[in-house]
Design a protein around this ligand. Structure first.
Ligand code: IMP
Length: 178
């Protein structure tokens, strides 16, 4: 195990199995609907790349980048850094996220897509940390629910590091308290 990791939550083989299960569910639910999968940059990229190998119906791909800034109140505001290219009007949208934490980022992105006339908006996330939720948010497709710990790897970063690990691990507290 890497020295900066407290515990491995999902090894690579387990991540592939999770993506297979989610891909099969999505294939069943979206047959004939040609959804747009919108990856939220940057953390969703490795997950999206593995997930789509297991989706056996037609899909389109697009990307957005949003960043949430939490103010003194728990409402928070979200800044759009990159917008998607495709129009979502009358389209089924599946947002692809690495982890749902407070839910603030996704809530704002969902509001924007709803205003633009999306037919349906659902979420597929590799990880869910419901203990830390600030807004109501129920992802339809969840890879694994995890405890309220800071995790890294497979897209997830700490100060832009560790996104390239092929597993999900809990970062040792000593790494961010030093
Ligand atoms: P939310 O708006 O609080 O739900 O923010 C979700 C985003 O916060 C994710 O897309 C990640 O970029 C980041 N995030 C939340 N929890 C973790 C974590 O444990 N490790 C790394 N990034 C995290």
């Amino acid at each position: 195990m890497d020295s900066f990791v407290e515990e491995v939550l999902l090894n690579h083989e387990e991540i592939v199995q999770v993506c297979k299960r989610l891909g099969e569910q999505i294939t069943r639910d979206y047959q004939g609907k040609n959804p747009i999968l919108v990856g939220l940059l940057k953390g969703s990229v490795p997950f999206l790349a593995e997930l789509i190998k297991h989706i056996k119906c037609d899909i389109e791909l697009d990307f957005m980048q949003a960043s949430s800034y939490k103010g003194v109140k728990s409402t928070g505001t979200v800044e759009m850094l990159k917008d998607m290219i495709a129009s979502v009007k009358n389209r089924h949208v599946l947002l692809v996220e690495d982890i749902v934490d407070t839910g603030l980022t996704l809530k704002e992105v969902m509001n924007v897509l709803d205003d633009r006339g999306a037919l349906s908006i659902e979420i597929v996330t590799l990880l869910d940390k419901p203990a830390n939720r600030i807004v109501e948010m129920y992802p339809k497709y969840v890879g694994q629910t995890i405890p309220n710990k800071f995790v890294i790897g497979f897209g997830l970063d700490f100060n832009e590091k560790y996104r390239n690990l092929d597993y999900i691990g809990v970062l040792k507290e000593s790494e961010y308290k030093k």
